[in-house]
Structure formats: structure tokens, C-alpha cells
Design a protein around this ligand. Structure first.
Ligand code: CKU
Length: 607
């Protein structure tokens, strides 16, 4: 069920994007399979792919639908592809999907924000139409990511209750592609870099599904299309002299061309763009290409009006323009793996990404933001569901690393958001997660988890596992808000004393700080929810960060307002956005722009 490489067209490869209108049907009784919906949906409606269906409908039942739902599409496979390896690649099916081709089960995948492929060769008819039926399920469980539970209401409807603060958007939220590659093909490749002087050593490894009698080549071209260097073999090292490094100001990309050749015949060709750069932690400093870098940016959701969590390239482009406008250089892709298009755009635009797996809700509470701020303990990692959850957590982390390991923009992996690390059982759980994640990444990027407010330096059992500390802190919002805000600054500073004593040398990133703000509400003096208060709150936090030499990054929660479940703590969603959900600035955007445009890349470093 490996997702394979990101699909591209080349002299040997073909891709058909199946985005468009599909057939769709809810299956509230879960009887679709028994009733043979695998062979065609009995009374479908229409549905775009990609989409998350919730905000497209006008009735509540459909919006909140929880359970099984089906997609159907006719698929024509050209006869000339008979000798190729064919697959259907789902970039994301939230949260789990079973794929049927012409009625026969061809694959199952769980983990709604990661790609997977199903092989078509045994089930399709060539030169004829074929039927694809996909059963998707969006229920939440305590042993699945993201974590939550599913209840049955008095009227028989199921309801998903996430242990997290975002709407449970689901479905085929990213493109589905028909992919044809040669039978003998390149399966994967990895890159790793060492820099010296103005030269880069590019260490590579390539995997093929066939080894005998063929030669694998690698060629590196510069951005003008000039061949720089090349080599043969599945593993090796290439030297790029006068290297143009990828960085946030000039995200230079080289083109890597991998080929399997048999004499003059090209058996397979895969082409990708990749930036050459190093990223490491030395002492308490982040070094990008050996130069200190201070992270400025956002925690970011994939969320927009109508499109929900589905890929919307227009919104994505707007987001990157806003990030450049405001002077941000980084994001954390909260709380699940973002689309491959996002990562590829970040590579092109020079935005650093802390890349997070969907390990969110690791605290048994549907009001996690409230309970977490009150210090509730749920002994989450002592549950009987933990071993199963661990397996899924680990495999999704490995899938994520495999998907994004060659992206220059990815500087770190965030293995979980606000897990209950105040729990003793969290320690062995995360020891294993951290060591496996480190093993999986050829570039050995730094690892972290974001720490929940109550996991203070005296209470957190896991902080030492992190290569850098990521704090989600809300002094001045969840605690010491409003008239008490005067106290927030000192309490915040005190917590840092604890961290600097407990962990001698490691960067600290404020992975979340934020205040709900209703765009257009103006108050003098500022009160909670007004734009003035958001400004005062941010200024307070910045004073604290600037007083702490160990703070090497600030990522505001959150880039834009986003949709959550309904409740008394949320007013039509979470309003901590610096931009509205419609991607227009609140006053705080100008405050941040003014700050970030004036912070040099290596802010706080001695150079
Ligand atoms: C974010 C105690 C704060 C918890 N945290 C949870 C996260 O899911 C939320 O979206 C903060 C917030 O805005 O409350």
C-alpha cells in the first residue's frame, strides 16, 4: 500500500488527475458492502473530488455526518498501458478508506492525511471503462489518529467527538490520480547533504523494484537546465561546486533526474526538484546552511470557507503571499500532515516547515483547550487502547517521513501535538516514537512535540527527548487573561527560568501563542476578543520572548481563523487568526509585519 513517489509525467511515466465531479452517497446503516455498493451506488448525489463534504450541503445532518460514505467514478484505462504498472493514488482519504475496483477489494488505508496507492493491474480491463468505488469512514476512536470517540445519539445518528479543536472535515480531501509507470521502475530516492566551503556533497540512494542487468543513473541540473554532475549506481555521492544553497531568501532548487537505463533504452525516468541545504541544531541555535536562523511564522491549519479541509490551490497561493507579505519564514503544519502541494510550494517559496503527524488529541477530553489549561489529568497513555494507537502513530510517522524526506523546506518533525506528557506512561511511549522517527529520516532532522500548557518544566516527563523544546503557551488568554493580563508577563518569564534550568542547552520555540479576536471588534481600552487586545497580548508575548536568549522561534497560533466543532467556547470557530478565514488582515497582522520585517534572519545569535 506504499504511496510511491509523488506522481509526475516523464518520458516513461503517465499521470491522469481524476479531480472532478464524482458520485457520492452516505451509508448511515453501514450496509453498503452487503448491498453491493462495491459494484455501483444505488442513488448517488454529486460530489467534487477533492472536497470535504461538510460545508457543501445545506442540511445539518449531512454537514455533521459521521460513519461510512461512498465515492464512485468511472475510470478508462488506455490499451497502450497494458504493459505498465498501474495504480490509483489517493493523496488523502480522511480518515480511512477501502477501495474497490470493478467490485473487488483492492486496498485499505487508514491515516487520513497521508497518501496511499492501490495497484490496478489485477483488477482493471484495458481499453474499457472500469468502476472505482471507495468506502470512506470518518469516525474517531481512541486508538486512531487524530484521536477522539464516536457516540450514537438518541435519534440513531453517529457523532464524532474529536479530542481536538478543529472541525472533523473528512472525505477525499486531496486529489486522486491514475498513475502509470514502467514495470521496472524507480521506487524511491533519498538525498542528504554535507557542505564544505562553497561545495556540497550530495549523498544519494535510490531503490528500484528490479536489479539485474540494468543501470541506474542520477543527474543534477541547475535552474537554467545545465547539467552539473552525474553518476551511476544505487548509492553514491556527487559533488556540486559553487553550490547555490536553498534558503529562505533564495529558495534555489536543482533538478534531479533519475533513470534506469538498459543500453540506450530508458526503462524509467523520475524527475524532481530539490533544494540543497543543511539544517541542524548546535547548542541553542538553529543553523540553516551553518548560519543562525530565528523562526518567525505561524501554526497553520488546512481550512477555508466552503472548501473545509480540502486542497484549495487558490487559498494556498494566497496564504504563501500573505506569509511573504508579513515577513514570516516558517510554519508548523498543525495538526496533521499538510498536502504534498503545500510542501512543494514551501520548497519553491522558501518557507521552513515543522512537519507534524496527526497525533493530536492525546488527552481524553473533547474540550482539550479548556481542560488542558485547567490541569486535568486523563492518564491517556495508560489506556488499553495505547498499544494499538502506538502502532498507528508510528506507521503514520514513518509514512510522513517517507513522503517528505527530500523536501528542503522540512526542517523538523513534530511527533505529536500537546500529548499528555504529564503522565508517567507517556515517557516509554515517546522514547520509542522518537527513536523510530530518527531512524527513518535519512537527513536525521531534529524532532520535537508541542508541549501543552500544564506540562510545565516541573511536570513534563518527556521534554528531554526533544531536540528542541516547543511550547504552546497562552499566558494572557487561557490563564491571566483580561484584567489579569498584567500578571501574565511575569508568570510567563518564570516558566522560562524552569526550562533553562531543566534543559541546559537547546533552542526553545514558542509553537503556539494566541488570543481569540473577533475581526472588526474595536475597544479602548482593549478587552478580550477585540483587535486591540490581540495586539496587546502579542506585544506582551514578544517582550517575554525577547528577554529569553533561548527562544529561537515564535509561531503564532494561528495563521487564519478556522472552523471547529460547535460549543460554548467557540464562536463560529476558533478566532485566533492573524488573518480572517477569508484571508484578510486583522490589526495584529500589521503589528507582526512591523516586528518580523525588522528581525534579521539570525536574530539573537552573536554574529
Ligand atoms: C489552541 C490550552 C490550549 C490548547 N490548544 C489546543 C489547540 O487545539 C487549540 O486550537 C490551543 C487554541 O486555540 O485553543
Amino acid at each position: 500500500m506504499s504511496a510511491g513517489l509523488y506522481p509526475i509525467q516523464s518520458i516513461t511515466r503517465r499521470v491522469v488527475d481524476l479531480s472532478g465531479i464524482w458520485n457520492f452517497q452516505f451509508d448511515p446503516e453501514g450496509t453498503g458492502k452487503k448491498e453491493k455498493w462495491t459494484h455501483g451506488l444505488p442513488s448517488p448525489t454529486t460530489m467534487p473530488v477533492p472536497s470535504s463534504f461538510a460545508d457543501l450541503f445545506t442540511d445539518k445532518e449531512s454537514k455533521e455526518y459521521t460513519g461510512d460514505f461512498w465515492y464512485e467514478k468511472e475510470l478508462f484505462i488506455p490499451k497502450e498501458w497494458e504493459n505498465m504498472d498501474l495504480s490509483l493514488r489517493f493523496e488523502a482519504a480522511a480518515h480511512r478508506a477501502t477501495v474497490y475496483i470493478n467490485g473487488s477489494k483492492s486496498g485499505f488505508h487508514e491515516g487520513g492525511f497521508l497518501p496511499f496507492s492501490v495497484s490496478l493491474n489485477k483488477t482493471v480491463k484495458f481499453g474499457e471503462p472500469n468502476l472505482v468505488c471507495v468506502k470512506v469512514n470518518n469516525e474517531l476512536f481512541e486508538d486512531c489518529l487524530p484521536v477522539g470517540r464516536t457516540v450514537t445519539l438518541a435519534d440513531g445518528r453517529k457523532m464524532a467527538k474529536g479530542y481536538f479543536d478543529f472541525f472533523n472535515y473528512s472525505g477525499l480531501i486531496r486529489p486522486v490520480k491514475l498513475v502509470a509507470v514502467p514495470k521496472k521502475h524507480i521506487v524511491d530516492y533519498s538525498l542528504n547533504y554535507v557542505l564544505f566551503d562553497n561545495c556540497a556533497e550530495v549523498n544519494y540512494s535510490i531503490t528500484n523494484n528490479y536489479k539485474n542487468g540494468i543501470v541506474t543513473t542520477i543527474e543534477i541540473y541547475d535552474a537554467t537546465g545545465r547539467l552539473i554532475t552525474s553518476s551511476e549506481g544505487l548509492e553514491g555521492s556527487l559533488s556540486v561546486s559553487n553550490v547555490k544553497l536553498w534558503d529562505v531568501n533564495n529558495p534555489y532548487l536543482y533538478t534531479f533526474r533519475f533513470r534506469i537505463v538498459d543500453g540506450d533504452f530508458v526503462v524509467d525516468e523520475y524527475i524532481d526538484q530539490a533544494g540543497i541545504r543543511t539544517f541542524e541544531i548546535v547548542g541553542s541555535e538553529f543553523l540553516l546552511n551553518n548560519k543562525p536562523v530565528y523562526l518567525k511564522g505561524f501554526g497553520k491549519h488546512e481550512d477555508s470557507d466552503i472548501s473545509g479541509r480540502s486542497l484549495n490551490l487558490n487559498v494556498l497561493k494566497r496564504d504563501f503571499e500573505l506569509m511573504k507579505w508579513i515577513g514570516a519564514n516558517s510554519i508548523r503544519s498543525a495538526y496533521y500532515p499538510h498536502s504534498e502541494e503545500t510542501l512543494r510550494l514551501a520548497d519553491r517559496e522558501g518557507i521552513l516547515v515543522i512537519n507534524e503527524v496527526a497525533a493530536v488529541g492525546m488527552m481524553a477530553s473533547t474540550l482539550n483547550f479548556f481542560d488542558a489549561s485547567q490541569g486535568s489529568q486523563t492518564r491517556f497513555f495508560a489506556k488499553e487502547t495505547t498499544p494499538k494507537l502506538f502502532e498507528k502513530h508510528l506507521s503514520q510517522l514513518e509514512e510522513l517521513i517517507r513522503r517528505d524526506k527530500n523536501r528542503a523546506c522540512v526542517i523538523a518533525w513534530c511527533v505529536a501535538n500537546e500529548p499528555e506528557t504529564t503522565d508517567d506512561e507517556a515517557r516509554p511511549y515517546f522514547e520509542k516514537i522518537f527513536s523510530k522517527a530518527k531512524e527513518s529520516d535519512p537527513q536525521k532532522r531534529p524532532l520535537t512535540f508541542t508541549s501543552l500548557m500544564t506540562a510545565t518544566p516541573d511536570k513534563c516527563k518527556c521534554a528531554e527527548l526533544c531536540d528542541f523544546i516547543s511550547l504552546n503557551r497562552y499566558y494572557g488568554w487561557y490563564v491571566f487573561g483580561g484584567n489579569e493580563v498584567m500578571m501574565a508577563e511575569n508568570v510567563f518569564k518564570q516558566e522560562f527560568q524552569g526550562w533553562t534550568m531543566r534543559i541546559q542547552e537547546k533552542p526553545i520555540v514558542i509553537a503556539e501563542y494566541g488570543a481569540d479576536t473577533n475581526a472588526g471588534t474595536h475597544k479602548l481600552p482593549g478587552v478580550m476578543w477585540s483587535e486591540e487586545y490581540q495586539d496587546e497580548y502579542l506585544s506582551l508575548c514578544h517582550r517575554v520572548f525577547d528577554s529569553q536568549p533561548r527562544v529561537r522561534g515564535e509561531q503564532v497560533w494561528v495563521f487564519a481563523d478556522f472552523m471547529t466543532g460547535e460549543g460554548i467556547m467557540r464562536v463560529d470557530g476558533n478566532k485566533k487568526g492573524i488573518f480572517t478565514r477569508n484571508r484578510q488582515p486583522k490589526a495584529a497582522a500589521f503589528l507582526l509585519k512591523n516586528r518580523w520585517k525588522n528581525l534579521r534572519d539570525g536574530f539573537k545569535s552573536e554574529e
